[in-house]
Design a binder for this molecule. Sequence first.
Ligand code: ZN
Ligand code: ZN
Length: 280
Amino acid sequence: MAAKNVGNPYDGRIRRAERLATLHPFTQEVLTFYKQIAEFQKSLHARMLSGSKPQVSDKKEGEKNLPALRQELKIEALLPHFQEFLQLVARSAPVTLAESARQLSTQASESWAGILQDYWATSGRDDRPNAAFDQFLPRAFLQPYAEHLAGERVADETSAFPSLCPLCGARPLLGVLRPEGDGGKRFLLCSFCLREWEFRRIFCATCAEETETKLPVYVAEQFPYIRVEACETCKFYLRTIDLTKDGNAVPLVDDLAAIPLSLWAEEHGYSRAQPNLRGT
Ligand SMILES: [Zn+2]
Ligand SMILES: [Zn+2]
């Protein structure tokens, strides 16, 4: 059974971002921005909880083949909050992203709906990796909603595709090793709804390689609890946050802080299957 977030996960993420920014000064810029996003997400999440349950609307044609969680986007309930989010990004993001938020904020809400619906239907599911820059806005905005829906569901642990999220069908963002007995049990963390599901240890989540010698693991001195799990066969890698080595780590946040690992992987010819919010 996958570990579940208990209570409000945003406070833990915000505190961890503050802590890591102190430990690693080179993460300050990224994590200060992330903290503002997480604070917005926290307040959006609270508004979702306090709002009345939206009416179940008729499913549109084309939605029927999507995993159940992907059929539940109540766009009308979310759109009123999008302008506030765009303004936050325009104020506090790095310059290029800020500019794209500013431009989008001048457009009509129909075009916002199109962008959000497209992201909701496709993210993490098609063959190309997320185009991180283009997806930042819908991704950061919709993440609390996806996570909220996932929290209300029981996962179908007998998914036919063990490398994909049992709830929403997205590819994993990260691996997570959680303490169990004398060792660790491996989970994958969904790139879309943040659900965790159990997964084999020696197995490439991208191409299903299972020969141990083709799956080298690299660890950097600065982040001894983050494993870069590479695959010689497909040249993709998955990052795994090892909570048996650092129980204070918050996978989503520590991943954003591990900037040197992205550079290292790039130099060695490995690509990440699903980039994080920072785009690497
Ligand atoms: Zn998912
Ligand atoms: Zn592979």
